[in-house]
Design a protein around this ligand. Structure first.
Ligand SMILES: *Cc1c(COP(=O)(O)O)cnc(C)c1O
Ligand code: SF4
Length: 364
């Protein structure tokens, strides 16, 4: 199919019709060839592209960074020896269904395992999707909330999944009210792709469902490329902010999507311009069939070091690795300080090295 032809087939008007969830719909959209041979991929991993994301893809660009995140490819069938079904070790710390309790003061609550889109690099790709772990039953949800209520050290509940914002405002309000009834829970954090991929869901009912008096709500917005900040996404961020929600960012460093300093700088500035504080830049996890997205840690360190000199401190994310096996996250940015016994060498953003003595608390 010629490029001109493809552009015609995937004009924003024609894609606005509906979401793409099957290989047939994908082939009909013109984003992949008619006999794409993607059935084997679809059998293993869910497909999901929302109309907003379809409209954002440039079909004339074979390396489009938006398409690369959402359109499946045969490369996903290649699993390398180090990849694992549970790359960050969720299952090692699951006391009851739906809860992951790895750090003392906070838990993940995974109420749903579906998402409006299915990212091709997803770290939980073996658990999410229509064939995934499903939604907690009312009894399982009761047990999960009971666990939180019984553990007074839990200061923060992090709703993730799947994407918790696929739930209706009514169900989210219900969940928030139940968490609001637990005195020791002070913070409720939602990790979501919805404000970017399905921004129209962020209406007044949704915003009010996410907040409860006496608790502080954070929303960590997942975006990986500055083009994801569409006018509708910006409106969704604004509604959340004006509704009293504090906003954080979450991105994955991905080969062919954002692994260059210009793109990363524009992404981080885009967050800050939308009142979203950059939080984490994740090194890609060892999820099966995602080798084509992985950069090296050396490349990641060079990129975040370059960001430090180039853009405002407000725009700096923490570069993290979720240590395989369930050992938690570690800051993996290049160390800017080395030394011992109070005698250090500190590296500045241009690579210059400076001595620093910390003995007696009086630097010389
Ligand atoms: C990532 C993660 C958290 C949240 O970690 P923060 O550093 O607080 O963002 C909590 N629990 C588990 C199991 C996690 O994987
Ligand atoms: S939105 Fe998150 S959980 Fe869902 S597919 Fe993408 S990375 Fe995975």
């Amino acid at each position: 199919m010629s490029v001109v032809m493809k552009r015609h087939v995937v004009s924003p008007q024609s894609t606005a019709r509906g979401a793409v969830k099957t290989v047939t719909e994908l082939e009909a959209s013109g984003l992949v060839p008619e006999k794409s041979g993607l059935a084997a991929v679809a059998e293993k991993y869910a497909i999901g592209i929302t109309p907003d994301i379809l409209a954002l893809i440039d079909p004339s660009d074979a390396d489009d960074p938006i398409a690369r995140q959402f359109v499946p490819t045969a490369a996903e069938l290649i699993t390398t020896p180090e990849e694992r079904a549970d790359p960050i070790g969720d299952l090692a710390h699951a006391p009851v269904e739906g809860i992951v309790h790895r750090y003392p003061d906070r838990v993940l609550l995974k109420a749903v395992h579906v998402c409006p889109v299915y990212c091709r690099f997803c770290f939980r790709r073996e658990m999410v999707g229509p064939q995934g772990l499903g939604t907690l039953t009312p009894t399982q949800l009761d047990a999960a909330i009971g666990y939180i209520a019984e553990h007074s050290e839990i200061w923060e509940v992090i709703l993730t999944g799947g994407d918790p914002l696929v739930l209706s405002p009514r169900r989210l309000r219900d969940l928030m009210e139940r968490l609001a009834g637990i005195e020791h829970v002070r913070i409720v954090r939602f990790h979501t792709r919805v404000p970017v991929v399905e921004p129209e869901r962020i209406d007044d009912a949704m915003v009010s469902a996410l907040t409860a008096s006496g608790k502080t709500t954070y929303v960590a917005v997942h975006a990986n490329h500055p083009r994801e900040f569409t006018p509708s996404a910006r409106l969704a961020f604004r509604r959340l902010f004006e509704g009293g929600v504090a906003l954080l960012s979450q991105s994955v460093l991905l080969k062919g999507v954002n692994d260059d300093v210009e793109t990363l700088a524009a992404l981080m500035r885009g967050f800050v311009e939308n009142r979203i504080k950059p939080y984490y830049l994740h090194h890609p996890d060892l999820a099966p069939g995602t080798g084509h997205f992985r950069v090296t840690i050396e490349q990641g360190q060079a990129l975040v070091t370059a960001l430090r000199g180039r853009i405002s401190g407000l725009c700096q994310p923490t570069y993290v690795l979720d240590i395989p096996g369930g050992h938690g996250k570690a800051d993996i940015g290049a160390a800017s300080i080395v030394g011992q016994d109070g005698c250090f060498t500190v590296r500045d953003w241009q690579g210059g090295e400076h001595e620093y003595r910390s003995g007696n608390g009086i630097p010389t």
